[in-house]
Ligand binder design. Structure first.
Ligand SMILES: [Zn+2]
Length: 452
């Protein structure tokens, strides 16, 4: 099918300015997880005014979820879904910001504030792209619907957002594919050619397993007479075992695809090693440990987030201690197997394991049809760039849809320096204006490639 699709040529200056102002206004409405409704209302009104058909799925203070589409969802067309989240993480130390966290300041061609990248900026890019097709959809019966799906609570596990939508509204949403968060385009990925723009599209993600490890012991309570064993001492021994644990490297079909694509681009000896990484396994662990990102996609990572004892004076021995672990498991690892392994390594039978949060184990989305449409879009916008499928070390809402067998591809469709990404969940979060336009262009080219 060939359609007369609007040209997606050079960025239009006024348009970029308008989208920057729109993002600025969206950032100015604080929407820390649990309080999404006001920002969500602003965003659904914006989509409606733009000419999209809005359907609100849930309308609660902490669970505002809606779809904004070219055609009403009742049309039952197969749907190309662009997911974004309304909520943001708390700003942290506001004094450390150059511009207040919810200022939405536009300074030096950057839009400042919490959510500017994660994830309100991405939502504006999606709207900017989908908007281009409204007129076409009115005059032509397109084979697909195109939907912006805005959800709550991504930062706290997605249970009030993507989970609700994927469990209760999947049929009406009818997604053929979901495009969400994940990788982005970066320089300096290839040592052979550091100027090469390499975009990583996430086809899978590690999953969260948040654990509380509790240890209780009845010992004497006075710090002046040290008991043989007491909770803090036992826990430190056990945690030490955990920290010294040499973790195994895991390879799967997805890691094979990722490293063989990277190896092909890299070429030479390094490329050969990357392509055949699993055969070099015995030699890899030490070398890879130095590369935190590669290491994180081949191992289950464990981060100790906090150690807590009940409040008391400095001379009182606590009877209870708990440790919080943020574990990120590779897609093929079972929770129970992993916990049993932890127990063995820590070697302290009295520790109780409680699961605080666990993401579902979802199969990777193989890089197929819709992946190739996005890949082509990236190359249309950035000729000479390369695209590889990756496993995202962070988890997001994507797994809720992968779990239902829907392909999900994760990409913040911009090419920018990693230093911008480091402001995400940090102070001085900001998005450069050029990135807004890039995002709109790549999303629009993706839609165009799908419709053609
Ligand atoms: Zn996010």
């Amino acid at each position: 099918m060939s359609l007369n699709i609007p040209s997606l040529e050079a960025p239009h200056k006024t348009t970029t300015t308008n989208y920057a102002e729109l993002l600025s206004r969206y950032v100015q409405i604080p929407s820390i997880s649990g309080n999404e409704k006001e920002a969500g209302r602003f965003w659904s009104d914006t989509c409606q005014k733009a000419g999209l058909k809005v359907q609100i799925f849930t309308d609660e203070q902490d669970s505002y979820n809606f779809a904004a589409s070219l055609y009403p969802l009742e049309s039952r067309k197969p749907n190309i879904v662009f997911i974004n989240h309304i909520d943001v993480v708390p700003p942290g130390n506001s004094d450390a910001y150059k511009h207040p966290p919810f200022s939405g300041a536009i300074d030096n061609n950057e839009i400042w504030g919490r959510g500017a990248i994660d994830n309100k900026g991405m939502a504006v890019m999606q709207l900017g792209a989908v908007e281009k097709f409204i007129k076409l959809a009115r005059t032509t019966e397109l084979p697909y619907n195109i939907t912006l799906l805005s959800v709550s609570g991504e930062e706290t596990g997605g249970h009030k957002g993507a989970k609700v939508v994927s469990e209760q509204f999947l049929e009406i949403l009818n997604p053929s594919v979901v495009f969400g968060e994940g990788g982005l385009g970066l320089p300096k990925v290839l040592s052979r050619n550091p100027d090469m723009k390499v975009f990583g599209i996430a086809v899978s993600a590690k999953r969260r397993l948040w654990l509380e490890l509790k240890l209780g012991m009845n010992t004497s309570g006075h710090g002046s007479v040290t008991p043989h064993n007491y909770v803090v001492k036992e826990k430190i021994f056990a945690m030490n075992n955990l920290l010294e644990w040499e973790r195994k490297l895991f390879f799967s079909k997805t890691t094979d695809i990722m490293f063989s694509s990277l190896g092909k681009l890299e070429g030479g000896i390094k490329g050969f090693i990357l392509k055949n990484l699993r055969y070099f396994k015995p030699f890899l662990n030490k070398t890879l440990k130095r590369n935190e990102i590669i290491h994180s996609v081949l191992t289950n990572t464990i981060t100790i987030i906090g150690v807590n004892t009940p409040a008391g004076p400095p001379n009182q021995i606590p009877q209870e201690i708990s440790v919080i672990l943020d574990c990120r498991l590779l897609p093929d690892i079972e929770t129970n197997t992993f916990i049993e392994e932890l127990k063995e390594v820590m070697d302290c039978k009295e520790i109780q394991f409680n699961i605080i949060l666990e993401d579902k184990n979802a199969k990777a989305s193989m890089p197929e049809l819709f992946y190739s449409k996005m890949e082509k879009a990236i190359k249309d916008v950035f000729p000479g760039s390369e695209v590889i499928p990756i496993i995202s070390p962070a988890s997001d809402d994507n797994h809720f849809f992968r779990y239902h067998g829907i392909p999900v591809y994760g990409l913040l469709p911009v090419f920018m320096d990693i230093s911008y990404m480091e402001t995400v969940h940090n102070v001085n979060e900001r998005l450069p204006l050029f990135a807004l336009q890039q995002g709109i262009d790549i999303y629009a080219a993706t839609i165009k490639n799908i419709l053609n």
